[in-house]
Each structure stands twice: as C-alpha cells, then as structure tokens.
Design a protein. Structure first.
Length: 117
C-alpha cells in the first residue's frame, strides 16, 4: 500500500490519495529515502496534490534524508504553481540543503526570490 501511495503522490492522483489521507494515512508518510508524500508531489509538479496534502496537515518544511525540502524541489524543477502553493502555506525558503533560496539563485530565478524577500 505504501508504494501505491507514493506513486499517487508522484503521479498527482489527488482524489485517490486524499481519500486514503482522510481514512487515516499520515500526511507526512515518508519512503526509504525520507521523501514525504508532499516532497514527491512537489517535485513532480502536482499543485493540486500539494494543496490536498497541506490541507490535511503535511509539514511544509519536512526535509528528506538529503536535507532537501519540498520548496527546494519545486524551485529546482521550476514548477511555478507548486512554488506559489508552498510559499502561501508558509514554507521556509531558507530551510534545507540546498535551500529553495539557494536553488533560485543558482538557476537565476529572481522571480521566486521576490516571493520571500
């Protein structure tokens, strides 16, 4: 079941995943690499899944085993709508290694940095 849940986050199966969360699956469930459902949804560009997870209590700044946060992953991949949803939810752009701010700087995304500076 856990493998299917992580696949739902990766693929953006928002409604199905939300049903499992509403039935009691922890919003901060993590895989063997420490990637949370939120990290996977953010990294794969699924803003609606990100929002559903946040609405159900997912930790917006929960880093994986490499110290990466969902916001840094979304910045790295350039998913504007996901970045906006995470920032709106209070994601810390300076958390993690590299941080979302570091990633925005590396990739010349001053537009992202304007959201938090």
């Amino acid at each position: 079941l856990a493998t299917r849940l992580f696949d739902m986050a990766r693929s953006g199966a928002t409604d199905t995943l939300a049903g499992y969360l509403d039935a009691g699956v922890p919003a901060d469930l993590r895989n063997q690499s420490g990637d949370s459902l939120l990290m996977l949804a953010a990294y794969h560009g699924h803003a609606s899944t990100v929002s559903a997870l946040l609405d159900r209590g997912a930790d917006v700044d929960l880093a994986n085993d490499k110290g990466q946060t969902p916001l840094a992953g979304a910045v790295f991949k350039g998913f504007d709508d996901v970045v906006a949803a995470l920032v709106k939810a209070g994601a810390d752009p300076f958390a993690g290694t590299p941080s979302a701010d570091d990633a925005a700087s590396m990739f010349g995304r001053a537009d992202y940095r304007e959201h938090w500076q």
